[in-house]
Write a protein that binds this ligand. Structure first.
Ligand SMILES: NC(=O)C1=CN([C@@H]2O[C@H](COP(=O)(O)OP(=O)(O)OC[C@H]3O[C@@H](n4cnc5c(N)ncnc54)[C@H](O)[C@@H]3O)[C@@H](O)[C@H]2O)C=CC1
Ligand SMILES: O=C(O)[C@H]1O[C@H](OP(=O)(O)OP(=O)(O)OC[C@H]2O[C@@H](n3ccc(=O)[nH]c3=O)[C@H](O)[C@@H]2O)[C@H](O)[C@@H](O)[C@@H]1O
Length: 433
């Protein structure tokens, strides 16, 4: 099939390269000229395992990037993979979706039919109430509308996309005269080669609003699961109980499952914080206060301070050098959006500490945002002379730290991710164990 994708960020580039790999002719539209040139040169604009090889294999062949929206006209279906950031109050900002949809509408004007699929994460109602009117303002009123949320994770985007546990197809299903069946047909055809390779994936065919909500429910559930295990972990700590032993035991109950049961300094990233805030704001706008989601955020917001109060129990950090190990929101990425490292750094600075941070890949990005922090080239350098260290990201290399701790002025480590090995001579505190 001829597939176009508008927006070539984490999601857009990943699905473009993967659809090309699966045999489709793919056009990827983005406003960023450098990014478009990078893809056409056969290189990946973002770091994701397996992406560079796929772009290199298909760029100039089945995969083409462009800044020209008109190129979507020759395709059968367009996926919108544009950003849906938060406004100041947490609610979803759909302005980029609107301007992108208008440009798409202009490009499609006069066409009889074209399937437009919303891939971005949007609150229920957005596809019909925001995207469709914007397409019409652009001059195209013949869209078959669909919503197809994406569940890939950063750091394993290609693998997650190609081997999903489910794919969700949302379409207009109510009333006699709907385009729902036509939309399902198009999505079934686009996904057929992927589903051939991933036969165990569930295919969920549902309404537009349901598909939009499924994405939020998925992220809100996972974020809340981590907050619940953090809340329980805090209780464990009060009783001197190891939360990881407890989690390992309850994980045997397959109603609970062992995934997303790692307690610690909390969740971050470009999506959990944004999506929990957006669905909470949307619910409130409808007159419902989602108490569990608000509590999930409250617990998450409290974890960095709990980490620091454990450090306070051992050292007065005022005027002292303190090492922050890990800056990215999770290992395997240099992304610092929503990272717990920021409230940890803020809390240390409020205590008058001299913060020196280390991350194997994210220091450069953090330095742009936080030039007020010193950055070390290695964990060893960060620890050298420090009166305490806090661990924010579970990078594998922190598990191998050993004699590096010997250069500390005071050997105190508070671990927010259960990654450092406790050892003789080290005062080691786990956040929830
Ligand atoms: N990053 C992730 O892991 C996941 C993200 N999502 C959702 O997917 C959507 C996209 O997210 P990302 O790919 O992370 O965003 P991103 O910020 O990485 O990429 C968005 C791209 O859109 C381009 N763009 C902006 N305005 C444009 C316009 N008017 N026309 C054409 N291109 C334009 C930007 O230049 C950028 O390359 C969001 O709704 C996000 O919540 C869903 C699942 C996973
Ligand atoms: O909508 C999105 O963008 C994506 O958001 C998350 O993916 P991602 O943000 O890449 O990262 P996760 O692996 O889910 O981790 C999120 C945060 O939770 C934390 N976490 C995760 C698991 C756990 O047990 N404990 C824990 O603290 C991580 O450290 C990290 O800060 C979801 O897992 C994806 O399914 C979804 O598509």
């Amino acid at each position: 099939m001829r597939v176009s994708i508008v927006g070539s960020g984490y999601v857009g580039t990943t699905i473009a390269a993967c659809f090309a790999e699966l045999g489709h002719e793919v056009v990827n539209v983005d406003v960023d000229e450098d990014l478009v040139a990078t893809i056409n040169d056969g290189e990946a604009p973002i770091h994701e395992p397996g992406l560079e090889e796929r772009i290199a294999a298909h760029a100039g062949g089945r995969l083409r990037a462009t800044t020209d929206y008109d190129e979507v006209r020759e395709t059968d279906v367009t996926f919108l993979a544009l950003p849906t950031p938060s406004r100041e109050d947490g609610s979803i900002d759909t302005s980029i979706m609107e301007s992108g949809s208008e440009s798409l509408g202009e490009a499609l004007a006069g066409k009889d039919d074209h399937t437009v699929v919303v891939k971005s994460t949007v609150v229920p109602g957005t596809t019909e109430d925001v995207v469709e009117p914007a397409l019409e303002r652009g001059g195209f009123d013949g869209a078959t509308l669909a919503m197809n949320p994406e569940f890939l994770r950063m750091g394993s985007a290609v693998e997650d996309f190609l081997d999903p546990d489910k794919v969700v197809f949302g379409a207009r299903t109510e009333g006699d005269d709907t385009d729902g069946e036509a939309a399902y047909e198009v999505l079934r055809e686009v996904y057929a080669p992927l589903l051939d390779e991933a036969p165990d994936a569930a295919v969920v065919e549902t309404g537009l609003r349901e598909a939009e909500m499924i994405k939020y429910a998925n992220n809100a559930f996972l974020a809340s699961k981590v907050s619940l295990v953090n809340d329980l972990g805090n209780v464990c700590k009060e009783f001197g109980v190891d939360a990881y032993e407890v989690a390992d035991a309850i994980a045997h109950d397959d109603r609970i499952s062992g995934r997303f049961l790692r307690s610690g300094v909390g969740w971050g990233g470009s999506c959990f914080p944004k999506d929990v805030a957006a669905i909470t704001a949307a619910a409130k706008a409808e007159g419902y206060d989602p108490a569990m989601l608000e509590a999930a955020v409250e617990v998450n917001d409290g974890q960095p301070e709990r980490l620091l109060s454990l450090l306070d129990d051992h050292v007065d950090v005022s005027g002292e050098r303190v090492a922050v190990l890990g800056l990215s929101f999770k290992p395997g990425t240099d992304d610092i959006r929503g990272t717990r490292a920021i409230p940890v750094i803020d809390g240390l600075q409020e205590r008058g500490a001299d913060v020196v941070a280390y991350d194997p890949v994210a220091a450069e990005k953090m330095a742009e945002k936080r030039p007020d922090v010193a950055y070390a080239d290695s964990a060893r350098d960060a620890l050298d002379g420090a009166s305490g260290a806090v661990v924010v990201t579970d990078w594998d290399e922190f598990a191998a730290l050993d004699d590096e701790f010997e250069a500390m002025a005071e050997r105190v480590v508070v671990d927010g991710r259960r990654i450092v090995e406790p050892r003789d001579g080290l005062t080691y505190e786990g956040l929830t164990w």
